[in-house]
Design a protein around this ligand. Structure first.
Ligand code: UT7
Length: 331
């Protein structure tokens, strides 16, 4: 075969994460709002979450995760030719983008850098974008980052929201490597449900309206379970795979009950399902790369493993991805 006809595939060649030091436990929250460790644990599975300090911005969390991801890919910052960031809690709400801030922190002055807005599904959207960029030949090494300081858009008087979310960042590098390719990525949205999970301030509201999040949790819950389950079943079917072929299922970490419902639909054993919601809560766009990093550092995610990702979030947006992990094993 003519070598020009060989289609080169994009691969996730490293994964890394950073979490702030400060821990906010359910017991801490009991002192702030009318809630209990028992309620939070039973309804969500969450025990604690990390909170960034006043001097740490989303870009700082993202930069720390990015530096590790670059190192784990055996690259230098100079090798990166695009930075894509998914976040719903950017440093600045219009500009400069968090990606530009991270590029500056990394000393990169002449590369593509931009943010996307796809809420908790952001990292799956980035996988699709980065895959297209490197497979088209337009970029060589794309740094993708899910980074959130959700605590900056949370009202700590609202018990329906403040118990759910945490801060953190996860990052990965996408480059060509057909040995362990990103096999398929599916992304979707339905804007009709926008008002079920949103930030309160809009262009129509006064500048004094708080920016914070609001959610009709119970309605979101039901749609999330159905959408996530159908999405993973469809991507497996489309690629002639069964759930039993998967080495690791790494879902968005919003609620343990949602994760367990999807896991049951897939009939997956516990050791194949990554759960870290108890440690970090919902970190939105950072949730999937942080969960992937947890599995990686525990030695559960290894080079060549077939992994299935699944996410759902505000918009509504949702998506799934099938890939073979292309990074070197954790040591
Ligand atoms: O990442 C994006 C996607 N997000 C999600 O997927 C989140 C989806 N939703 C959820 O995870 C769940 O709906 C929640 C955890 C947010 C809530 O659990 P729920 O079982 O759906 O509870 P609920 O909203 O139906 O509320 C049940 C009761 C209510 O009291 P009444 O009306 O029954 O008297 C709430 O006021 O629980 C009350 N409640 C609380 N009680 C103690 C709500 N929040 C709290 C709280 N502590 N923090």
């Amino acid at each position: 075969m003519n070598s020009q006809n060989i289609v080169k595939k994009a691969s996730l060649r490293s994964i890394a994460a950073y979490v702030p030091e400060k821990v906010l436990s359910n017991f801490d929250l009991e002192k702030i709002v009318d809630t209990s460790d028992e309620w939070i644990t039973r309804r969500t599975g969450i025990k604690e979450r990390r909170i960034a300090n006043d001097n740490e911005q989303t870009s700082d969390l993202g930069t720390k995760a990015a530096l590790k991801a670059i190192k784990r890919a055996n690259l230098n910052p100079d090798d990166i030719d695009a930075i894509l960031v998914a976040t719903l809690s950017p440093d600045y709400f219009a500009m400069p983008s968090t990606a530009c801030k991270i590029a500056s922190n990394l000393g990169l002055k002449n590369i593509t850098a931009f943010d996307i807005s796809a809420a908790c599904t952001g990292f799956i959207y980035l996988l699709e974008l980065a895959k297209a960029m490197v497979e088209s030949g337009s970029k060589k090494n794309v740094l993708i980052i899910g980074a959130e300081k959700t605590s900056s858009i949370i009202d700590y008087n609202d018990r329906s929201i403040c118990i759910l979310f945490g801060d953190g960042a996860g990052a990965g590098i996408i480059s060509l490597n057909s040995d362990n390719p990103i096999i398929d990525v599916h992304t979707a949205s339905n804007g009709d449900y926008g008002d079920l999970l949103m930030t309160k301030r809009s262009q129509k509201s006064s500048i004094s309206t708080p920016l914070c999040m609001s959610m009709k949790g119970n309605e979101v819950f039901k749609i999330a379970v159905n959408t996530l389950s159908n999405d993973v079943i469809e991507i497996l079917k489309k690629n002639n795979l069964k759930a039993s072929n998967i080495d690791l299922f790494i879902p968005h970490q919003a609620n343990l009950r949602i994760i367990k419902a999807v896991q049951e639909k897939l009939n997956l054993e516990d050791h194949k399902c990554v759960v870290c919601v108890q440690k970090y809560g919902n970190t939105s766009a950072a949730s999937i790369p942080m969960a992937m990093n947890d599995a990686y550092e525990e030695g559960r995610l290894k080079k060549g493993n077939l992994i299935l990702l699944d996410a759902f979030g505000g918009g509504f947006t949702w998506g799934s991805a099938l890939l073979k992990f292309g990074g070197e094993n954790f040591s």
